[in-house]
Design a protein around this ligand. Structure first.
Ligand SMILES: Cc1ncc(COP(=O)(O)O)c(C=O)c1O
Length: 397
């Protein structure tokens, strides 16, 4: 079938929730992806920070194939080997004692909200359901996550929202302190605002939030759906600040390209979930967990890829700083951590992203004027050079 036929059918049969580019992707390997006309692209969009190991990493593919021959799905009425193994690996490599598996980021956030509320109702009383989150945050599209999200435009037309969420400016500890009221039970934050222009808070901000939560007996929930799985150069972004959350949501990179989400928590909090309190038919599915085990083991393997992420992140930032010097009236700021990097332009970036795509480079435009880079942790200097050269040409025009 020709690309134009796919596109016509797609428009006919799919709901119009996405503004899609007129391209049909066919196959991917590592940092590259090809469309049905065999055009090659360097993929710095990475399934929106999902393909941490690039496309079709052989270890992930092998794990899926092996598991597919053994068992595709079984209910959570039974113990599931790969699910238990994945939970053990996550617990051994994080702050957490217990894990709940789901399928997406928004589900992980829903579970985190429910867990915090259940904990608070048991430990603090029935009136403690309030959660403080950040303005401009993004936590997902289902109603609880959407209510938690600090962006009014995404909620338009879907009200009424579940109550109990307050939004405060990001990177402002006093704003959190002054919005705490007698119903507050938790503060939920992304370590970096990924969907709102890669906003990195000042060093020490998350530490202050942790201290405030400790002082007032509130839970600290981190949404590491985008920043987790090595994206910032450590397995989880909270490690940079030397703190630990009480609850953490994961998804995106967790499955190396296969849908899986998770909520991690310490024992004292996780214990609030009793049989029947929460669940997911597909959560912890054997295929998804096998893909995730292979992904996690590869990301963590002797710290090689985490080091590479840090090095390549600095290399990319350095190159973009160079570009900023060359185009000072077009590039306003360059920022990020590891391989989650943003380049803020003085104008809307959609056309820049399109022009790069026409030259074989996939990037993303977030918050209207921030070009976002989310390549796999396996990315190399030559790939970064090519992307920056392409951007240079496009900005020249
Ligand atoms: C920080 C954050 N939280 C939650 C989500 C929602 O994840 P999903 O699209 O898998 O539901 C996203 C997605 O972009 C995200 O970036």
């Amino acid at each position: 079938m020709k690309a134009s036929d796919y596109i016509e059918e797609s428009t006919r049969y799919l709901m119009g929730t996405y503004r899609r580019y007129p391209i049909v992707m066919r196959k991917g390997r590592g940092v590259k992806v090809w469309d049905t006309d065999n055009n090659e692209y360097l993929d710095f969009l990475g399934g929106i920070a999902t393909n941490v190991l690039g496309h079709c990493h052989p270890k992930v593919v092998m794990a899926i194939q092996k598991q597919a021959q053994r068992l595709l799905h079984v209910s959570n009425f039974f113990h599931i080997g790969p699910q238990t193994e994945l939970a053990r690996i996550l617990v051994e490599n994080s702050f957490a004692d217990k894990v709940f598996f789901c399928n997406t980021g928004t589900e992980a956030i829903e579970a985190a909200i429910k867990l915090a509320r259940k904990w608070a109702i048991e430990k603090l009383g029935p009136h403690r359901y309030g959660i403080i989150t950040a303005e401009r945050s993004f936590h997902g599209r289902t109603l609880g996550s959407l209510a938690a999200t600090g962006q009014a435009k995404l909620k338009k037309g879907f009200g009424p929202m579940p109550e109990g969420f307050k939004h405060v400016p990001f990177n402002d500890i006093e704003a959190i302190r002054s919005s705490i009221s007698e119903d507050t039970c938790a503060v939920m934050l992304e370590p970096i605002l990924g969907e709102s222009g890669v906003v990195v808070p000042s060093p020490g901000y998350l530490k202050e939030v942790r201290a405030l939560c400790d002082e007032l007996g509130l839970l600290m929930i981190l949404d590491e759906v985008q920043t987790g799985m090595g994206r910032t150069g450590t397995l989880f972004a909270y490690e940079h600040e030397g703190i630990e959350p009480d609850i953490m949501a994961l998804a995106k990179g967790l499955g190396g390209g296969i849908p899986i989400g998770a909520v991690l928590a310490k024992d004292g909090v996780a214990g609030a979930f009793k049989p029947g309190d929460h669940g997911s038919t597909f959560g912890g599915n054997p295929i998804a967990c096998s893909a995730s085990i292979a992904t996690l083991n590869t990301v963590m393997d002797s710290g090689i890829l985490l080091d590479q992420c840090k090095r390549m992140g600095s290399y990319l930032l350095g190159k973009l700083e160079g570009l900023k010097l060359k185009h000072p009236d077009r590039i306003k700021d360059v920022r990020g951590m590891g391989l989650l990097v943003g380049m803020e332009l003085a104008f809307e970036c959609a056309d820049i992203v399109k022009a790069c795509m026409a030259r074989g480079v996939l990037l993303n435009c977030t918050d209207m004027n921030v070009v976002r880079f989310m390549p796999p942790l396996t990315v190399e200097e030559k790939d970064i050079d090519e992307v920056v050269e392409t951007l240079d040409h496009v900005l020249d025009q």
